[in-house]
Design a protein around this ligand. Structure first.
Ligand SMILES: CCCCC/C=C\C/C=C/C/C=C/C(=O)SCCNC(=O)CCNC(=O)[C@H](O)C(C)(C)COP(=O)(O)OP(=O)(O)OC[C@H]1O[C@@H](n2cnc3c(N)ncnc32)[C@H](O)[C@@H]1OP(=O)(O)O
Length: 306
């Protein structure tokens, strides 16, 4: 109660100095360790991210909500550089204690086409290792973020695109697009952390069906199975609906919310934390199989011939 009041009334006005004093007073009063208390304090400093051409972060000073826009034309293929930019943006958001984040895309009809197939085809081991490790980092930071997250899916979201959306806590999608985890259709085995996000979103039975069949769902069918939460007619509306979802947390203690989220997702996060190297080794050895390489190469050709 004390904390909720404290958060709602001080959100915009505290200076860093006041925050230090308050930290001292409250930590003395409640006999809390300073690090624990800092987690409770509201955001007081908003920022605009230094421009990165691949990821734009726009924080609304009033709501404290950040819109994170992926901007790698033509289809937001998830390359090492895009993952690095996302990883950095997620660190900045965490450090600046924003109220929530909305992930979206600047491509008019594609949220993200998933992993950049050029990273998977005839890969160089050193680069692929950096790529895979950064992919893992992005998932750990997005799925485990202390702030609430939502995805405004303004276009197709196959494979890695769907994976980013389901790592968020809420999804609003525009009509007439496709979303799903189609990895098995490409001869690729969904990695451990991707399976965790899917199980956390739809029922275990739907997750099993969707992953083994590699189904790409229409927006309407995705809503039916709970893969998305709402449909919005176009991107601006999708962002608005995500903002409405995030605004609901204004009346909830941020410490209670973030601890609860963390405890629900902890097992999945630890599962990957404990086997990052093994996860890489499994994927690397599968990826360089000649049959898998041929399948990826043929698939890339088929996309170009369209
Ligand atoms: C056992 C093996 C272990 C291997 C481990 C590896 C990974 C495992 C786990 C990870 C999970 C994630 C996996 C993935 O994400 S794999 C990527 C899967 N993605 C797809 O299947 C989507 C492919 N793309 C499309 O279906 C369509 O492009 C689209 C997204 C529906 C958009 O259609 P649209 O008509 O608007 O655009 P185009 O198709 O004309 O595409 C424009 C342009 O972009 C190129 N392109 C498309 N997708 C990708 C991509 N993923 N990577 C790189 N390039 C892509 C396409 O070829 C066109 O290029 P052009 O030169 O012709 O302009």
């Amino acid at each position: 109660m004390l904390l909720t009041l404290f958060e709602s009334h001080t959100h915009f006005f505290l200076s860093m100095f006041q925050k230090m004093i308050l930290t001292k007073i409250i930590s003395n009063t409640l006999s809390l360790h300073k690090k624990q208390l800092i987690e409770w304090l509201p955001a007081v400093r908003y920022f605009s991210s230094p421009t990165n051409p691949l990821v734009n972060v726009d924080v609304n000073d009033k709501s404290g909500i950040a819109v994170v826009t992926m901007n790698r034309k033509p289809v937001n293929g998830l390359s090492l550089e895009l993952f690095e930019a996302m990883s950095k943006a997620l660190d900045d958001l965490e450090n600046n204690r924003i109220r929530g984040a909305i992930l979206t895309s600047s491509c008019p009809t594609v949220f993200s086409a998933g992993l950049d197939l050029n990273e998977l085809y005839q890969p160089d081991k050193k680069r692929f290792k950096a790529f895979w490790t950064t992919f893992q980092d992005v998932w750990l930071k997005l799925y485990g973020s202390s702030f609430p997250t939502a995805a405004a899916i303004n276009g197709h979201a196959p494979a890695g695109g769907c994976f980013l959306a389901i790592s968020c806590e809420y999804r609003v999608m525009c009509p007439d697009y496709k979303i799903g985890l189609n990895e098995t259709r490409l001869g690729i085995i969904a990695p451990i952390f991707l399976r965790a996000s899917m199980r956390n979103t739809v029922s275990n039975r739907e997750a099993e069906k969707a992953l083994t069949l590699g189904t790409l769902y229409s927006t309407e069918d995705a809503l039916k199975i709970g893969l998305i939460d709402e449909i919005a007619i176009y991107k601006v509306k999708a962002i608005e609906r995500c903002e409405n979802f995030l605004a609901q947390f204004n009346n909830v203690s941020s410490i209670a919310r973030s601890f609860t989220k963390r405890s629900l997702r902890q097992k999945d996060l630890e599962e990957l934390e404990n086997c990052r190297e093994e996860d890489f080794n499994i994927f690397w050895s599968n990826l360089i199989e000649p049959s898998v390489q041929k399948q990826i190469g043929d698939y890339m050709q088929s996309l170009k011939k369209k």
